[in-house]
Design a protein around this ligand. Structure first.
Ligand code: EPZ
Length: 428
C-alpha cells in the first residue's frame, strides 16, 4: 500500500507543465484498432489508465513499442482477439471504448462491465443504443458485455442524454459503417473533438465534433498516423485551483486556455487573478477567497470533474457557497473527509452547501475516487500541518507525476510505501 504524506502551509509557486489528456488518451488508444496499421501517439500521459489501455491493446494482439515515456508506436495490423481480458477492463471505466472500436473493425467485441470511479450508477444504455441503431446486437452474461454485427449501416441516432462515452463510442462504431451516420445531442468536450481529429487523420470523415450534431460518413479503409494528444483540461484546472487555494502564483504551461474558460471564470469570481497566454495560464491570489455558486454541466458548462477541487477551495471562502452536481448521483463522497478537516459542508442529495471556515486542519484522509483524491491533496496543502492520504491508486489513475510536479512548486509531499500487514499465521 502507498500513501501521500503532505505537510501543508506553503503557497505553491513556480511553473508546472500539463500532460496529455487522460480522457482523450483512453479513447484514442482503443481507436488505433481502427487504423489497422502503425500509429505513433505522442503526449500520452504516463498514468495507470494509459498503462491499462496499452496492456489491453497488447492482449488483443497489437505490437507496442515505447519511443519515450509519453510516445508509443502501436501497430494494430494483426489482432488475435476481440475479447478484452476482464481483469484489465475492470480497472477502468474507459474500457468501453474497446467495444466500439472492435465492433467497427471486427464485427464483434466482448468487454467486462467497466470499472473506474464510483460516482453512482454508470449506465451504458446510450452506447448500446448507438451500436444497435447501426445494426449490432448486444447481450450481457456474467458481467461480460458482448456486441456483434454482420454489417454496420449508417443511421440517425438521437442520444437521450448528453454522454461523453456514448458520443465517442457512436463515432468509433460509425466510422466504417456503410453510408452516413448522424449523431444528435452529442457531448462537446475537448476530448470528443480530439478523438474525431485523430480518426480523421486516420482516414475517417467526421464533421461537427464539438457541436451537438456529428456527421460521420463511413470510410472504406483507415490507416495509421502520428498524433499528439491535447493537454489535460482537468489536470490543468487542478493546478489552477491548487495555486488559488494556497494563495500561490503558478504558471501552468502546455494548456489550451479556451478549454479552461469555465474554470478561469469561476476562479476570477472567487478572487484569483488568471492571466491567459497562447498555451499557458498564470494563476495567483493575494486577497480573500469569495464564495461561489457552481452548477456542473456538460461542456462548455462547469466540468463535474473539477467539482471536488472547487469545493475544497471554497471551504475557506468568506461566506456560503453552493455546489449543484448535475452529472453524477454520488460525487460528494469526499465531504466526510473535509468535515474531518474542520470544513463546514452539508450535502443534501445533489447539492452541497459550504460555509467558509478560517482554516482547514490536517487529518488522516482517504481518497474515494480520482478527482476526490486530487481535491484532498489540495486540501492537505491548505493546512498548517501534516496529513496522510491513503488509496492513492485512484489519484495515480489520472495525474502524471503528481508528487514531482507539486514538489517543483514548493509543496512538501512525499509518496510513502507502507508496510504490508503482518500475517497473523506464520508461514510454515
Ligand atoms: C466521462 O465519463 C469522463 N470519463 C468522466 O471523468 C466525466 O466525469 C464524465 O465524462 C462527464 O464529463 C472518461 O472520459 C473516461 P458520461 P463518461 O457518459 O463518459 C449518464 C474523471 O474523473 N449516462 O458523459 O462515463 C451518466 O450516468 C472521470 O476523469 C447514461 O445515462 O460520462 C451520467 O449521469 C470521472 N447512459 C451522464 O450520462 C449512458 O449510456 C454523463 O455521463 C451513458 C451515460
Amino acid at each position: 500500500m502507498e500513501k501521500f504524506v503532505i505537510k501543508g502551509g506553503k503557497p505553491l509557486t513556480g511553473e508546472v507543465t500539463i500532460s496529455g489528456a487522460k480522457n482523450a488518451a483512453v479513447a484514442i488508444l482503443p481507436a488505433t484498432i481502427l487504423a489497422a496499421g502503425k500509429c505513433v501517439i505522442e503526449n500520452l500521459p504516463d498514468i495507470s489508465d494509459v498503462a491499462a489501455s496499452l496492456k489491453i491493446l497488447k492482449a488483443l494482439g497489437a505490437q507496442i513499442r515505447m519511443i519515450d515515456r509519453n510516445t508509443y508506436e502501436i501497430d494494430t495490423s494483426m489482432l488475435v482477439s476481440t475479447e478484452v481480458p476482464a481483469e484489465l477492463s475492470r480497472k477502468m471505466r474507459a474500457s468501453y471504448y474497446f467495444l466500439g472500436a472492435l465492433l467497427s473493425r471486427s464485427g464483434k467485441a466482448q468487454v467486462a462491465m467497466p470499472g473506474g470511479c464510483n460516482l453512482g450508477p454508470r449506465p451504458i444504455d446510450q452506447h448500446l443504443k448507438a451500436f444497435s441503431a447501426l445494426g449490432a446486437t448486444d447481450s450481457v452474461d456474467y458481467g461480460m458485455i458482448s456486441v456483434r454485427a454482420h454489417k454496420l449501416t449508417g443511421a440517425h441516432i438521437f442520444f437521450d442524454k448528453v454522454s461523453v462515452g456514448a458520443t465517442m463510442n457512436g463515432m468509433l462504431s460509425a466510422v466504417m459503417a456503410e453510408g452516413q451516420t448522424v449523431l444528435e445531442n452529442c457531448a462537446k468536450e475537448p476530448h470528443v473533438v480530439d478523438l474525431a481529429n485523430f480518426l480523421n487523420m486516420c482516414g475517417a470523415d467526421i464533421r461537427g465534433a464539438g457541436t451537438d450534431v456529428i456527421k460521420v460518413r463511413g470510410a472504406q479503409q483507415m490507416h495509421g498516423c502520428t498524433y499528439s494528444i491535447i493537454p489535460d483540461q482537468i489536470e490543468a484546472g487542478s493546478y489552477m485551483v491548487a495555486a488559488a487555494a494556497t494563495g500561490g502564483d503558478v504558471l501552468i504551461k502546455n494548456v489550451t486556455p479556451k478549454h479552461l474558460e469555465p474554470i478561469t471564470v469561476k476562479l476570477q469570481r472567487a478572487g484569483a487573478k488568471v492571466e491567459e497566454f497562447d498555451d499557458a495560464v498564470r494563476v495567483s491570489r493575494v486577497g480573500e477567497l469569495q464564495p461561489l455558486k457552481i452548477n456542473t454541466m456538460p461542456h462548455p458548462g462547469f466540468p463535474t470533474d473539477m467539482q471536488p477541487l472547487m469545493s475544497v477551495m471554497l471551504t475557506v471562502a468568506k461566506g456560503t457557497s453552493t455546489i449543484t452536481e448535475g452529472i453524477w448521483d454520488n460525487r460528494f463522497r469526499y465531504a466526510d473527509e473535509l468535515a474531518k478537516m474542520g470544513a463546514n459542508i452539508q450535502v443534501d442529495g445533489q447539492v452541497a452547501v459550504i460555509e467558509g471556515v478560517a482554516k482547514l486542519q490536517p487529518a488522516p484522509l482517504h481518497a474515494s475516487d480520482l478527482r476526490a483524491g486530487a481535491a484532498l491533496v489540495v486540501a492537505a496543502l491548505m493546512t498548517n500541518g501534516t496529513s496522510e492520504i491513503t488509496e492513492i491508486q485512484h489519484i495515480e489513475r489520472g495525474y502524471e507525476n503528481i508528487v514531482a510536479k507539486l514538489q517543483a512548486l514548493g509543496a512538501d509531499i512525499t509518496r510513502v510505501e507502507t508496510e504490508p500487514a503482518i500475517a497473523l499465521t506464520p508461514a510454515l
